[in-house]
Ligand binder design. Structure first.
Ligand SMILES: Cc1cc2nc3c(=O)[nH]c(=O)nc-3n(C[C@H](O)[C@H](O)[C@H](O)COP(=O)(O)OP(=O)(O)OC[C@H]3O[C@@H](n4cnc5c(N)ncnc54)[C@H](O)[C@@H]3O)c2cc1C
Length: 275
């Protein structure tokens, strides 16, 4: 094996059992991350695993296969709870990137600024992982362990994103703050899924990215928003305790203070957008 474009999952799992093998899907994170370093000896390209491409309804929810591209999301009628993920897809890089890059590659790359993580955390996504003769499922919140660190063990491939059936009344949105509109690394992004009952928030999930090593759900805020009307949720009712899971860094894109202030405004706006 020097470069193998696997055609079947069995072929891919046999190849990945060699710990020296590098896996690429769309390659849009993997190639730029190599910089000037020479290519490694053995590359397994999974992008042609057509059985793993697509989004399908299962008895318990939805399954997004490992080789599903961002732009595949636009081809189906999905429940309104997916609107945040679709808005996110439209802002990942450019159309060329959306056509080549996989949704699951975005999660496996485990960048703090991966735009796909907040909307999928808000959808309570899980990751299906397979090895030769093994199969397991982990919550996305446990799958990404740190910067560029996932729960994947040697010999394993992530094979699908699993999303439990959302309530048909769940609405969703996603907002990304960058220094310009497209082709930009997020300063902060927020995804929200919510269900109203009599105009009041009955269920809500809020996830924030690019403000901690791993994107975070804001569970204390989610709890405090139950029973409120979305139009009464303004940036000023969001406290430091609500944002405690966030540990934003200072970099060329912004200061920690700017990021936290932005997150409050994004939450106010994303909840309105979702309703
Ligand atoms: C110009 C440009 C703009 C971009 N803009 C954005 C943006 O706006 N927002 C954003 O979030 N990202 C952006 N990206 C990053 C990238 O496009 C996305 O993260 C994309 O979804 C990665 O998917 P991929 O299939 O190309 O992953 P790859 O590069 O193929 O893989 C990424 C990593 O995950 C591993 N991997 C991939 N699939 C699997 C699997 N099934 N099992 C195990 N390991 C796997 C690979 O080994 C590699 O380490 C941009 C990249 C470029 C080049």
């Amino acid at each position: 094996l020097a470069y193998l474009a696997a055609k079947t999952l069995d072929e891919a799992l046999a190849a990945v059992s060699d710990p020296e093998v590098s896996v690429i899907a769309g390659g849009t994170d993997w190639y730029p991350a190599r910089g000037d370093r020479p290519l490694p000896g053995n590359i397994l390209d999974i992008s042609r695993l057509s059985d793993l491409r697509g989004i399908e309804k299962t008895t318990t929810g939805w399954r997004i296969g490992a080789t599903t591209r961002w732009s595949d999301l636009y081809k189906l009628e999905l429940p309104a709870a997916f609107d945040g993920l679709i808005l996110c897809a439209r802002e990942v890089g450019s159309i060329q990137i959306q056509n080549a890059a996989t949704i699951l590659g975005n999660l496996c790359n485990a960048s703090p600024a991966a735009d796909g993580v907040p909307p999928l955390l808000a959808l309570n996504a899980q990751i299906e992982i397979r090895g030769k003769g093994s199969h397991r499922v982990v919550a996305l919140s446990d799958f990404i362990k740190g910067v560029r660190q996932t729960d994947l063990q040697p010999g394993e491939l992530a094979t699908a994103i699993l999303i439990p059936d959302p309530n048909p009344n769940t609405r969703s949105s996603f907002l990304k703050l960058g220094a310009r509109k497209y082709l930009v690394i997020s300063i902060a992004m927020v995804a929200a899924n919510l269900r109203l009952s009599d105009g009041k928030i009955a269920e809500v999930a809020i996830a924030v990215g690019a403000c901690s090593l791993v994107a975070q759900r804001l569970s204390a805020l989610e709890k405090d928003l139950i029973g409120l009307s979305p139009e009464n949720v303004t940036a000023d009712i969001i406290t430091a305790t609500h944002l405690a899971p966030l540990t934003p860094i200072e970099d060329v894109r912004g200061t920690p203070e700017y990021r936290l202030a932005s997150v409050k405004t994004l939450i106010e706006r994303v909840l309105r957008a979702a309703t």
